[in-house]
Structures are given as structure tokens and as C-alpha cells.
Design a binder for this molecule. Structure first.
Ligand code: AMP
Ligand code: ZN
Length: 469
């Protein structure tokens, strides 16, 4: 049984999909006006963990992630760069796909772009007109009348008494105390340049919120299982999505709403507008790998705020080195005769149960990671005592790989392979020659010299293995 905290009920609820064994999942994608920062990736990482967990538990998942390639920010960006909107957003779409690959995020089944879904958005707005909920204002833009939709405010408590009924807001982003009729269709004005589409209400472009309502129902139906985003999407974006979709379609929009807490920097939300952000590229350039960044972003439960630090990346490096080492030892051990089936069996059973229980409990990844490390510890203990080899070693490896279908951290990135300097390689060769000649004193002296230069050599059956100290 899986349970998730549903932002709609404010409760942890048992997950029951509309169709047994299948899940429709919609995740708000990037606004492609810049490189995504690692705060955004915390959100996509939580969604990846959710999706991989659903797959782990045997569900078939249809995952839709939109690309917001027309909104206030993309238009402003393309104008500042002096290039057409689609040329401008193409660059950031490509960068996004490259980045999610680096972070080992499973691709969605569909990535609809807002600019390719305009007819569906217009159709949805027309339905809202038919129901008397949309209206065209003097500025020619079309708005959603919150006064006509009494159930406005499902995710966030809205102060209906002091609601500014009839007040309109054209901007895509606004605060809760600025609740107002929001734009469904924004009439073209000079600031939009050549960005415009024809509509029954004149030339213009969609509001941000209608984009997600149209793109989700196009691929997942009018009612679907799970919708995710960062907690800053709760209001107004998701609130407005619910209002538009439910008012137009006359049925429930989404059964489970999941939101992740923010990635913070020194106690403040990482965000582009505050300028306190790192893109994935910034961190890769500092010599950390996608796998290490993945580990950091993954390692806190998604509803807990997570503070970004380089210390956390260093800790990730150490944790992953322990994982790599045990996997390598187990791999070697599979070549020896069978040993330790009964010794490892209880640890395998316990780890597998605990790993799944953690995920099932609202993606409590800390419990699952603790299960992983318990298994690392027990495997090392038995390997040290030569009590885990052959088939039981393979069974243990298999469980690590099963866990890896969720964690995706068992294989190092190519960038993690270390370049061993020429001088160190030569010293290592001289040491090998000394060992061959059984000149142990000389071999030891070279080992010490390597140590002084910051390198550790481990002799493995495949030859010497280098590590920076
Ligand atoms: P945007 O491209 O601004 O629409 O943001 C894309 C996604 O990243 C949204 O779901 C946001 O809620 C989420 N997001 C933005 N900043 C952060 C942050 N600091 N931590 C976690 N998620 C974030
Ligand atoms: Zn959205």
C-alpha cells in the first residue's frame, strides 16, 4: 500500500488510482526562459522518485510534463536577446533535456509545449464562456470570474469575504492576498512583439495557468490521478488550474496533489529572482558529478526543506564511494565458490522490506537509504569474514540493483573516473616492477612516496587501483 500527503485534503492518504495498476501523472515542467537551477531540479527529482516508486510497486505510469514556452518571462527574455521566441526557448528546452539526463531523471512519456497546444486552450476557454464563468474585459483580455466559482480556494484557504471580486490581474504570478480574476487569454499589446495567436476574442496569447489545464487533460483525460509541482505552485498556479478545469469540464480535476518543499540557500528559497541560485552546469563545473548532485537532491524527504551546501556534495561523494566499494567487492566475490547464503538472508529480507516501507510511507527516502546502508554494512562484515561469495554475493548484488531502479546511483558517471597524472602512473609502474622482483622495501618506499603525493594504491586482482586520498 502506498500513501502520499495530498495537498487537497491536507492528509496522508492511501493511494488508489482511477484504473487499477495504472497511474496518470502530470508534473508542471520548466518555463524555458533560462537554465533551470538546482532548486527546480529538486522538484523534478522528487517527481522522479515518485515515478520510480510507482514503477517499483508495479504500476504502469503515463507521465506528462509540459514545457512552458510562452508566458511573460519567455517573451521578455526573447525580446531582451533580440531573437524569435521559439529560437530563444529551443536553447533552454535542449539544455533542460541534457540536464535531466545528467541527473538520471526518467524522461516523461510526453512533453507537450504550450505553443503547440493553443487550440486546446482556446477550446477550454470557450467552454468557460458557455458556462458564464469567463468574460472579456475592456482591455480585450479574457478573465476567469472567481465570484462565479464558489469552490475557488481548494488548495489554499481563501478569504472570500475580502476577496477582490471583479478586480482583475493580468500577470501570471501573484500573491495570495492579491486573489483576483485571473487572465485566461491575454490580448496582444505592443510589449508582446510578434508573439500572438488568433482567437475568438482577438489576437493574443494564453495565460500560464490555462496552459497546464489544457495540456494535462489532452493527454491524461479530464480527471486523472496525480499532479505535482513545487510548493510555490500551490497558489495561484494550481488553484487556478483546478478552477478552470473543474468549471469547464464539470468533474473533479485531480485526485492527488503532491508538492515538494523548496531547496534553500542559507535559509532562503533558491530562486532566479533572488539571484541565489546555482544551475546544474555551475556545479558540474566545480567538479561534482550528476550522480553526486542527484544523491544530494534525493536524500531528504520531499516535504522537508533541504538546504543546499557544498558540504552536502562532499558527503554525497563519501556515501557513494562506500556504495561503489561494496559493489566492487561483491562483484569480485561472485567469482568464488558459494558461501554465506544463510548468513546474508536475514539482512536481505530486512533491507528489502525497510526499503519498500520507506518509499510507501509518503516517499520517506531516509528510511530507504538507511536500509541501503544497513545492507552495505552487513555485506562488508560478511565479506571481511569471507562469508559471502558466489551465488549469495550475486543475490546481494541483485538486491542493490533492484534498489537502484529507484535510486539510480549505482553506476559512477564517466566524469568520476580520475585522471591519474603521468608521474603517479610511472611511480606505480616502478612499484609493480619492484613487487615482481620481490623488492618489498623498494615497493613500500614507493607506496609512501605516492601517499605523500596524495594517492592511495590498492592492489586488486585486476591490478593496482588508484584513489586520491
Ligand atoms: P519554473 O520554471 O519557475 O516554473 O519552476 C519549475 C518548477 O520548479 C516548479 O514546479 C517550481 O515550483 C519548482 N521550484 C522553483 N524553485 C524551487 C526551489 N527552490 N526548490 C524546489 N522547487 C522549486
Ligand atoms: Zn503547471
Amino acid at each position: 500500500m502506498l500513501s502520499f500527503y495530498n495537498s487537497l485534503s491536507h492528509l496522508v492518504e492511501e493511494f488508489k488510482p482511477l484504473v487499477e495498476g495504472k497511474v496518470g501523472l502530470y508534473t508542471c515542467g520548466p518555463t524555458v526562459y533560462n537554465f533551470a537551477h538546482i532548486g527546480n531540479f529538486r522538484c523534478y527529482m522528487f517527481e522522479d522518485l515518485l515515478k520510480r516508486t510507482l514503477l517499483y510497486f508495479g504500476y504502469k505510469v503515463k507521465h506528462v510534463m509540459n514545457l512552458t514556452d510562452v508566458d511573460d518571462k519567455t517573451i521578455r527574455g526573447s525580446q531582451a536577446a533580440g531573437i524569435p521566441l521559439n529560437t530563444y526557448t529551443r536553447k533552454y528546452k535542449d539544455a533542460f533535456f541534457a540536464d535531466i539526463k545528467t541527473l538520471r531523471i526518467l524522461p516523461a512519456n510526453v512533453y507537450p509545449a504550450a505553443t503547440e497546444t493553443i487550440p486546446e486552450m482556446i477550446a477550454l476557454i470557450e467552454k468557460l464562456f458557455e458556462k458564464g464563468i469567463a468574460y472579456q474585459a475592456d482591455d480585450k483580455s479574457v478573465y476567469f470570474s472567481i465570484a462565479k466559482w464558489p469552490s475557488y480556494g481548494q488548495l489554499q484557504k481563501i478569504d472570500r469575504e475580502n476577496m477582490r471580486a471583479g478586480v482583475r490581474i493580468k500577470m501570471d504570478e501573484y500573491a495570495k492576498d492579491a486573489v483576483a480574476d485571473f487572465a485566461l487569454w491575454k490580448a496582444w499589446d505592443e510589449a508582446d512583439g510578434d508573439v500572438k495567436w488568433d482567437s475568438p476574442w482577438g489576437p493574443g496569447r494564453p495565460g500560464w495557468h490555462i496552459e497546464c489545464s489544457a495540456m494535462s487533460s489532452k493527454y491524461l483525460g479530464k480527471t486523472f490521478d496525480i499532479h505535482c509541482g513545487g510548493s510555490d505552485n500551490l497558489f495561484p498556479h494550481h488553484e487556478d488550474e483546478i478552477a478552470q478545469s473543474e468549471a469547464a469540464n464539470g468533474c473533479k480535476f485531480v485526485n492527488y496533489w503532491l508538492h515538494c518543499a523548496h531547496l534553500m540557500v542559507d535559509g532562503t528559497k533558491m530562486s532566479k529572482s533572488l539571484g541565489n541560485f546555482y544551475t546544474l552546469r555551475d556545479i558540474l563545473e566545480k567538479g561534482y558529478s550528476g550522480r553526486e548532485i542527484r544523491w544530494v537532491l534525493l536524500s531528504a524527504q520531499y516535504r522537508q526543506s533541504l538546504n543546499f551546501s557544498f558540504k552536502a556534495l562532499e558527503d554525497a561523494r563519501l556515501a557513494l564511494a562506500r556504495l561503489d566499494a561494496v559493489l566492487q567487492r561483491l562483484q569480485e566475490a561472485t567469482k568464488s565458490p558459494d558461501a554465506g547464503a544463510d548468513d546474508i538472508a536475514p539482512a536481505l529480507a530486512k533491507a528489502e522490506t525497510q526499503f519498500a516501507d520507506g518509499l510507501a510511507d509518503d516517499l520517506n527516502i531516509s528510511v530507504s537509504i538507511a536500509a541501503l546502508f544497513d545492507l552495505i554494512r552487513e555485506s562488508n562484515r560478511l565479506l571481511d569474514a569471507a562469508q559471502l561469495a558466489g551465488k549469495p554475493a550475486q543475490t546481494t548484488l541483485d538486491l542493490f540493483h533492484k534498489f537502484d531502479s529507484v535510486l539510480a546511483v549505482c553506476t559512477p558517471d564517466p566524469s568520476e573516473k580520475q585522471d591519474v597524472p603521468e608521474e603517479i602512473q610511472q611511480l606505480a609502474e616502478q612499484r609493480q616492477a619492484a613487487r615482481k622482483a620481490k623488492d618489498w622495501a623498494r615497493a613500500d618506499a614507493i607506496r609512501q612516496e605516492l601517499d605523500a603525493k596524495g594517492w592511495v594504491i590498492e592492489d586488486t586482482p585486476k591490478g593496482p587501483h588508484f584513489k586520491r586520498k
